[in-house]
Write a protein that binds this ligand. Structure first.
Ligand code: A4P
Ligand code: MG
Length: 167
């Protein structure tokens, strides 16, 4: 059975836009997985972190993979993009977070879904609301409206990755 999965993408080191696009292409090529849609590309100030501004986006995929297998695949893509983990919330070349896994709640030592901090973050809620307005309330968006975030590119920035994935 396939599930509709929302992934948060972020980068604030290196060629950030290229890293996010390549990650989308690589996620689109994962077994039993289709990339359905990608939000606009957002530029955002670091939240609970220091360093350069981030580029962020949210992607929706359908996958028949099990959640932990999928998480391991995402972590392999982070490593491939040169991700290092010197300390918590350190600047990064690529971060891929599982935000939502259908309507499921998952709570294991390595995977918590919905992502526990997503509701505090405009860089997640704004692109998520763009993809699926029913997933985010006006009150939730209002709660993060003081965070600095702007649209850097419209959703066409990732159209080639979505086309590549469509069977
Ligand atoms: N893990 C548990 N649940 C999940 C999940 N739903 N998705 C575990 C992904 N991983 C999950 O992650 C640490 C551990 O979380 C993993 O081993 C995994 O088993 P990590 O990617 O190694 O470390 P991290 O990225 O520093 O942690 P995390 O939780 O992704 O950090 P946050 O809280 O997401 O914060 N500001 C802006 N503007 N844009 C950003 O993208 N990102 C962060 C990272 C901070 N500030 C930011 C941004
Ligand atoms: Mg992460």
């Amino acid at each position: 059975m396939s599930e509709r999965v929302y992934i948060g993408l972020g980068a604030n080191l290196g060629d950030r836009g290229e890293a996010l696009l390549q990650a989308l292409q690589r996620m689109a090529a994962l077994p039993q997985t289709t990339l359905r849609a990608v939000s606009s590309l957002y530029s955002s100030a670091p939240v609970d972190a220091t360093g350069p501004d981030y580029l962020n986006a949210v992607a929706v995929l359908e996958t028949e993979q099990a959640p932990h297998n999928f998480l391991h695949a995402l972590q392999a893509l982070e490593l491939q993009a040169g991700r290092e983990r010197p300390y918590r919330n350190a600047p990064r070349t690529l971060d891929l977070d599982v935000l939502l896994w259908g309507d499921q709640r998952l709570d294991s030592p390595t995977l918590t879904v919905p992502h526990p901090r997503m509701w505090e973050r405009a860089f997640v809620l704004r692109p998520l609301a763009e993809l699926d307005a029913q997933r985010v309330t006006a009150a939730q968006l209002h709660a993060v409206c003081d965070q600095r975030i702007t649209v850097a590119q419209d959703p066409q920035w990732a159209a080639s990755a979505v086309r590549q994935s469509t069977p």
